[in-house]
Design a protein. Structure first.
Length: 370
């Protein structure tokens, strides 16, 4: 692929509204943008979606930067690749650090698609020309939840996800379901529950509200107890944090731990792994959808390309740029029309970098030349 340089940007922007779960409240979003440049001056972009603190996974922006600069780039310098599918097998020498790996690997995919002169979605095998868009409501205030939902419905969003935890589950879902009886509604617990009797009873109570799914109710690294729980509740369980590798997905499906998988490119280590899990899920009759990480536009663009694959039939957490940012780092920004996002037709991710916005957000920039 004739890579000439790797450039890393550590960036930060304030969210338009704080994003709150029982684990963390995010006010400012920090991230790493990876830029690859080839011998013809073409550039490919990826994004590391780790957070500033290790509340979602063990990775952080600082640890990801360290892994990319000190381990991954030297390995890739000494082992040039001709196709993005060669990146993951090389990086598998190093354990975990999936988000750091994905930031690099997705940049290779964007650059390769540009070198081939095709949209990334087509290169991956995508068939959809537009995709449905869903949103997350993350607030402890019922009035604020109503306000957000009203705004999202006016914008045409097709699915709403509510963040829940013990004592903040039936209490928020019941009034919302009563107010919006036909809304496609799901709940995300971010591992807030256990198999204790009182927790199981709370989760059983959610069966009354016709939820699309309940996402990651139990421990972040569990598949065994999720299988036990799925036998006790009717609501489909969706696994998120538990699915870090293809083998995790295969084991969870075989054990009956879930009926749905939330696929996040960063969490599973890149697009190659995401596609393998998608293909397995389709083969096994498991629903899949593309999750979100409060991303900037680069990762959002990769999510859109992935969601073009035929197995993604549930609206993902891919929303408009304006939902999070006064100004995104891509142009044009991602727009939702009547609840759907059109697949870009340009080469690569189909969006250009807003250089001025990127530089305004940049806290640190470093280039490694080959």
């Amino acid at each position: 692929m004739n890579i000439q340089s790797f450039t890393l940007y550590i960036i930060s922007k304030p969210l338009k509204h704080p994003f709150s779960t029982h684990l963390e409240t995010v006010v400012d979003r920090e991230s790493i943008i990876v830029e690859l440049t080839d011998s013809d001056g073409l550039k490919g972009y990826g994004e590391v979606v780790a957070f500033s603190s290790p509340w979602y996974t063990e990775e952080t922006v600082k640890t990801a930067y360290h892994m990319i600069k000190d381990f991954f780039i030297p390995l890739l310098k000494n082992n040039p690749v001709n196709h993005p599918n060669q990146v993951t097998p090389l990086l598998d020498k190093f354990r975990r650090n999936q988000m750091a790996k994905a930031g690099l690997e997705t940049a290779y995919w964007d650059l390769f698609a540009k070198q081939q002169g095709v949209p990334l979605s087509k290169l991956l095998g995508g068939t959809q020309t537009d995709i449905p868009s869903g949103v997350v409501v993350a607030t402890s205030s019922l009035d604020e939840a109503y306000r957000q939902i009203e705004g999202y419905l006016e914008s045409g969003y097709k699915r709403v996800k509510l963040k829940i935890s013990p004592g903040h589950d039936v209490e928020i879902i019941e009034p919302i379901r009563n107010r919006y009886p036909d809304l496609a509604l799901m709940a995300d617990a971010n591992s807030a529950y256990s198999l204790r009797d009182k927790d199981v009873e709370r989760l059983k109570a959610l069966d009354s509200f016709d939820l699309l799914m309940i996402e990651q109710p139990l421990a972040h690294d569990d598949i065994i107890e999720h299988a036990m729980l799925q036998q006790q509740i009717r609501t489909p369980i969706c696994l998120d944090e538990s699915i870090v590798t293809f083998e995790d997905a295969r084991n969870a499906i075989e054990m009956g731990s879930c009926q749905v998988i939330n696929l996040k490119i960063g969490r599973v280590g890149g697009l190659q792994s995401s596609k393998r899990i998608h293909d397995l899920a389709v083969e096994k009759g498991i629903a899949v959808w593309v999750g979100g990480m409060i991303e900037f536009g680069v990762s959002r663009a990769h999510n859109i390309a992935l969601a073009a694959l035929p197995g993604f039939t549930i609206a993902g957490d891919i929303s408009a740029s304006s939902r999070y940012w006064d100004e995104d780092i891509i142009t044009p920004e991602v727009v939702v029309n009547h609840g759907r996002i059109s697949m870009p037709t340009g080469v690569g991710i189909g969006f250009a970098i807003n250089e001025q916005s990127l530089m305004k957000a940049t806290l640190h920039k470093e280039t490694v030349r080959l």
